[in-house]
Design a binder for this molecule. Structure first.
Ligand SMILES: C[S@@+](CC[C@H](N)C(=O)[O-])C[C@H]1O[C@@H](n2cnc3c(N)ncnc32)[C@H](O)[C@@H]1O
Length: 223
């Protein structure tokens, strides 16, 4: 109801679904579809490998005895991190709302499970010990959708679990890119939504992405 009203008041908003659908069609199968388009495929792969290592460090810190259990990759794209999590020991599910991205993820990583789903309405009927979302929320421009997607994904975090959210956030921007398909939020904005849901940001860390020459932020969120 509120969503419909807001949409009527702002008819010319960026449409994330159309944007991502077109982008996945245009760059079919190429990592530029998911990664930073200003970079080469080699740089994108280098940055992905670095970010996977950061995730693995965070999992080791949270579960010194080894990481196991269910993991949700929210906004999985081609599933690079879903597969990295599977290899680390998680029972993984990747979700993305673009079916061509999910089809490519299934082709690349048949050992993983992928589903087409919209994070703003996510209701999988189960919780996950671990959640990851890499550059997913920066891609949700609409404020109402962004808020819903944070809330719906938060609802899937099991008690004692860890949600690693990595993104470009407002505070740490060294090279702001004001493209219409991205929106930057602050640590404080995340904290404000998460707190009433019983979640907290136990740590936030600046991550210099070597290949890209700019920083991202890792939020480690627990329940
Ligand atoms: C920058 S890409 C990152 C993909 C992947 N996490 C990675 O790092 O390779 C952002 C992804 O978020 C997905 N996405 C954006 N809004 C979404 C939504 N409401 N529900 C599900 N996926 C969404 C897009 O389709 C896209 O695959």
């Amino acid at each position: 109801m509120l969503k419909t009203l807001l949409r009527k008041m702002m008819p010319n908003r960026h449409n994330g679904r159309s944007y991502w659908s077109a982008r996945y069609t245009k760059a079919a199968g190429h990592d530029k579809a998911v990664g930073d388009r200003r970079m080469s495929e080699e740089q994108i792969r280098g940055a992905y490998a670095q970010k996977l290592e950061i995730l693995q460090q965070a999992w080791r810190q949270h579960w010194p005895g080894g990481a196991t259990g269910r993991l949700l990759d929210a906004g999985c794209g081609f599933g690079y991190y879903t597969e990295g999590a599977r290899q680390t020991g998680f029972d993984v599910l990747g979700v993305d709302f673009i079916d061509t991205a999910v089809a490519e993820a299934r082709l690349r990583y048949p050992q993983c499970t992928f589903e087409v789903g919209d994070l703003t309405r996510l209701n999988l009927g189960r919780t996950f010990e671990a959640i990851i979302s890499l550059n997913t929320y920066v891609a949700i421009v609409d404020e109402v959708d962004w808020r819903s997607a944070v809330q719906r994904v938060a609802a899937h975090l099991a008690p004692g679990g860890l949600w690693c959210l990595m993104d470009m956030l407002a505070e740490q921007l060294t090279s702001p890119d004001h493209a219409a398909h991205i929106a930057y939020r602050s640590v404080a904005q995340y904290a404000e939504i998460l707190q009433p849901l019983g979640l907290r940001i136990k740590e936030h860390r600046l991550i210099p992405i070597h290949e890209f020459g700019y920083d991202e932020t890792l939020l480690m969120i627990t329940r």
